[in-house]
Write a protein that binds this ligand. Structure first.
Ligand SMILES: [Mn+2]
Length: 355
């Protein structure tokens, strides 16, 4: 909610609380959401570098289950770990996520840690009650963490070429090259600052980050076959039989779902919003649904929230428990139907005049 945006004074207080937590803790663990995107990696690596530089005696570990798909500065400092367990950490910093649920898998034990918890995020959905929550709903967690670093260290915080690169990557990725609504004058100001240090080749970054594995092609084909258009909405899904018969891989499905979500769904003429369903691969009969809407057409955060998920106004996600993909779709459509009948958050039945 916009009203949850912290006032500048309140944020300064949170910044100093976060700084004190870092200073008090010798063992610090950084984690982010599953399937980390470039904002997640960039913000974690910026914070790790900040602590390593300014507090060299501290032990700071950034754990992730996977590596980034493109070369990033400091990426050799990521601790690849399939299970994230509680160890000797005194402070856990959760970045680019509001709570445990989107960060942990069932084998993990980190959620039962007795350490202090800090959250650094930019999503609208309210997360857990952590010891510190840093969230001004900026363009990206990368912008938020850089603001923290610059604010608490002032001129002592040096933006190196590596930090500039990470900053630009995180911001460009999460703002869709400054096209999304989350881009503010402050975002541009920070970007100007970063680019004075080093002008990253954004075209090259965009090209490389848009590439997809060839094994996603078959899954894209099935998603297109299963796609349905209802009014100004489109949706698609995969069924277990599609996955088994065609031996679709997890990597192929994940990238196909992203491709359909970001390049097809609301690009069909007359369609402005919709959702794509994929299996979660972690829990049996669990499906993940991503909602997307063109600006001004459909508030999809409330739909995801009604299903127990969350996200942004025009980009949100949730989990659904169902026997098959088409059953998950049925439940999602029912939930959308119920919301559109409600009085508090009516869904638009016709496109708004906003372009
Ligand atoms: Mn992000």
């Amino acid at each position: 909610m916009k009203s949850d945006i912290l006032l500048i004074e309140d944020m300064k207080k949170e910044y100093s609380k976060f700084k004190k937590l870092i200073e008090k803790s010798n063992n610090i663990l950084l984690i982010t959401h599953k399937g980390p995107d470039f904002d997640a990696f960039a913000s974690c690596l910026i914070l790790k570098n900040f602590i390593d530089t300014h507090y060299p005696h501290k032990n700071v570990v950034f754990k992730s289950r996977q590596s980034p798909t493109q070369k990033l500065p400091f990426m050799d400092q990521i601790t690849i770990s399939q299970v994230i367990n509680t160890e000797n950490e005194e402070l856990v910093v959760i970045l680019d996520a509001g709570g445990w649920d989107i960060c942990i898998q069932k084998e993990d034990t980190i959620q039962i840690t007795t350490a202090k918890i800090a959250v650094v995020d930019h999503h609208q959905t309210k997360g857990l009650n952590a010891d510190v929550v840093i969230n001004n709903q900026m363009s990206s967690t990368t912008e938020q963490i850089l603001d923290f670093c610059m604010s608490v260290k002032g001129k002592k915080y040096v933006i190196t070429q590596d930090i500039s690169t990470l900053g630009q990557i995180g911001i460009v990725y999460d703002t869709g090259r400054f096209a999304y609504d989350n881009t503010t004058p402050q975002t541009y100001e920070l970007m100007a600052k970063l680019r004075r240090v080093y002008a990253l080749d954004l075209e090259d970054f965009e090209y490389k980050s848009t590439k997809f594995p060839s094994e996603s092609l078959l899954a894209i084909k099935v998603y297109i076959q299963n796609l349905q258009i209802v009014g100004d909405m489109a949706y698609s899904y995969l069924n277990k039989s599609d996955i088994n018969n065609l031996k679709l891989s997890k990597i192929g499905i994940n990238s196909a779902q992203e491709f359909v979500r970001d390049n097809i769904l609301r690009y069909i003429q007359g369609v402005h919003w919709g959702f794509v369903v994929k299996p979660s691969f972690t829990v049996e009969n669990e499906w993940k649904v991503s909602f997307r809407s063109s600006k001004g057409y459909q508030e999809v955060a409330s739909i995801a929230e009604a299903l127990g998920g969350g996200g942004h106004q025009y980009a949100s996600a949730s989990k659904v428990i169902a026997n098959d993909g088409d059953q998950a779709v049925k439940m999602i459509l029912e939930s959308i139907g119920k919301l559109s009948k409600g009085t508090t958050s009516p869904l638009q039945s016709s496109p708004s005049p906003t372009p």
